[in-house]
Design a protein around this ligand. Structure first.
Ligand code: TLP
Length: 350
């Protein structure tokens, strides 16, 4: 059986040998009583790496964002967020359905928020309005193309929120990709935010898990909400062990994924009929459009699969490809040849 070149997401990465070894030998305990030494070590390590007081292991990024919103807000509060952000777009409406908060959208430039627009979105108290309580930022921004918010902009957004007494949360699912792209420490990216969620299970290759970090008081509240949502796990050290290896050994190599994404983006740019917004190729994602080939996302992906290549649809005519540890430069060269072949077959003469 031929294996697929799977560019759907960096979530498809398998644990490393070192992670598997760490998982079998991890000291374990009941984490719901705070007694799993490996979970405690991971939470302390994550907090230290992001410059916060405490950390909380959660089963997924989705739960990490949700417990953060729950811990910062009350029902009926307003959360200011980018209009294409993951917390709104892909988290099943949980902030409304579970936390009972209402989003107020600010459109970013390829997902990157402008602090002045955030400022304008924060309304003065009025009997007619829900009280604004939280500003949420996503870095890197998934639907924006894996785009990066600079330290200057993050700080300015943090200042705007603070001036008006709002909390700030960072969906930093891929914060270490942002750190590599900016050439800074992840701690600096986290600094302007009261809370940060980041994923162990994406480019860092751990099999399961995300971590939320913030002040001790915030993490205590988030821990209660994790329990309420059924995210309290028992011998979770088996997961945390892989997470520790992920943080300690897997962040630097993300640079390679970024180079591969750039190679892919630049190659696609040269293929007639493919439109790629090269300025958004800043980390490990490449979004492109196949509309000029007369194909929609789903039929293009079906064509790709005949060549054993997988990608994600962004309907109606968009495609997302994400580079990760299992994708080599040779794989990208092959994918570019395949797409050139498909494009030649379908290109509609202008
Ligand atoms: N992103 C996934 C899913 O949308 C399928 C992907 O393939 O990119 N924040 C951001 C920015 C994310 O990209 C994701 C997952 C999450 C949060 C949620 O993490 P999980 O999947 O662990 O709940």
């Amino acid at each position: 059986m031929k294996t697929f070149i799977d560019l759907r997401s960096d979530t498809v990465t398998k644990p490393t040998e070192k992670m598997l070894q760490a998982m079998v030998s991890a000291p374990l305990g009941d984490d719901c009583s705070g007694e799993d030494p490996t979970v405690n070590r991971l939470e302390a390590l994550a907090a230290e790496r992001l410059g916060k007081e405490a950390g909380l292991l959660v089963p997924s990024g989705t739960m990490g964002n949700l417990v953060s919103v729950l811990a910062h807000t009350q029902r009926g509060d307003e959360v200011i967020m980018e209009s294409e952000c993951h917390m709104y777009y892909y988290e099943v409406g949980n902030i409304c359905a579970v936390a009972g908060v209402i989003p107020r959208f600010v459109r970013g430039h390829n997902g990157v928020l402008n602090p002045d627009d955030v400022k304008k979105a924060i309304r003065d108290a009025n009997i007619h309005y829900p009280p604004p309580k939280l500003v949420a930022v996503e870095n890197t921004h998934n639907r924006g193309g894996g785009t990066v918010t600079s330290l200057e902009l993050s700080c300015a957004i943090g200042d705007v929120a603070k001036e008006r007494g709002l909390y700030t949360h960072l969906d930093g699912a891929r914060i270490f990709n942002a750190a590599i792209a900016l050439g800074v420490d992840a701690k600096d990216i986290a600094q302007p935010f009261d809370s940060v969620m980041f994923c162990l299970s994406k480019g860092l290759s751990a099999p399961v898990g995300s971590v939320v970090v913030g002040s001790r008081g915030f993490i205590e509240r988030a821990r209660r909400y994790r329990k309420m949502l059924g995210g309290g796990m028992r011998q979770a050290g088996i997961i945390a062990a892989a997470g520790i290896v992920a943080i300690e050994t897997m962040t630097e190599r993300l640079e390679e994924d970024h180079k591969h994404a750039r190679y892919l983006g630049e190659g696609l740019h040269l293929i007639s009929g493919i439109h790629v917004a090269l300025e958004t190729v800043q980390t490990n994602m490449v979004y492109f459009d196949v509309g000029r080939l007369g194909l929609d996302s789903v039929s293009f992906i079906q064509e790709l699969e005949r060549y054993h290549v997988k990608a994600s649809p962004r309907p109606p005519t968009g495609i997302r490809m994400v580079t990760h540890r299992h994708i080599s430069r040779e794989n990208i060269s092959y994918v570019l040849n395949v797409i050139e072949e498909i494009a030649k077959r379908h290109l509609i003469p202008q």
